[in-house]
Write a protein that binds this ligand. Sequence first.
Ligand code: ZN
Ligand code: ZN
Length: 161
Amino acid sequence: MRPIVALACPSCERDIRVELPPSTSPICSTCGEAGPWDGTGLTDDGGLTACLACGHPELHTSKDFPQALGIGIVVVAALLAPFTFYASLAVAGLLDALLYRFSPNVVACYACEAAHRGFHAKPRHPGFDRTIFERLRFGERAVMGSPMRPGGTAGAEDPEH
Ligand SMILES: [Zn+2]
Ligand SMILES: [Zn+2]
């Protein structure tokens, strides 16, 4: 899978999908506006030290879990439950767990929400940290805001909360 960045168009806010390496600066296919691009966060191994759209060094990793499919499996299992002595529910639980386990990661930017898919897993960016989100959003007024770690989130520990 080639690495892809989905960033929001600054004009119409639709996704601009950029396949790496981009040949030109990203252009919105809907309105023709040029999207932001800052490729300096790409490591030689194809990992990320910063957002490729805005250059912000704080990113978070989550599972790219197809939620609609997960819910669909549970719905089908519930419909089949009376005919399978409820074994279908156990199977659905297992299927959902497997689906989650093998879902690819998506690395998103705290600042501009650009989604990065298919990049090298190193350096690793931990899961969503509310204290980073609050600091960026509320600045000095953030209740739980924590200062930025040198180098951003690359290789950081997972948040404890
Ligand atoms: Zn646009
Ligand atoms: Zn960004």
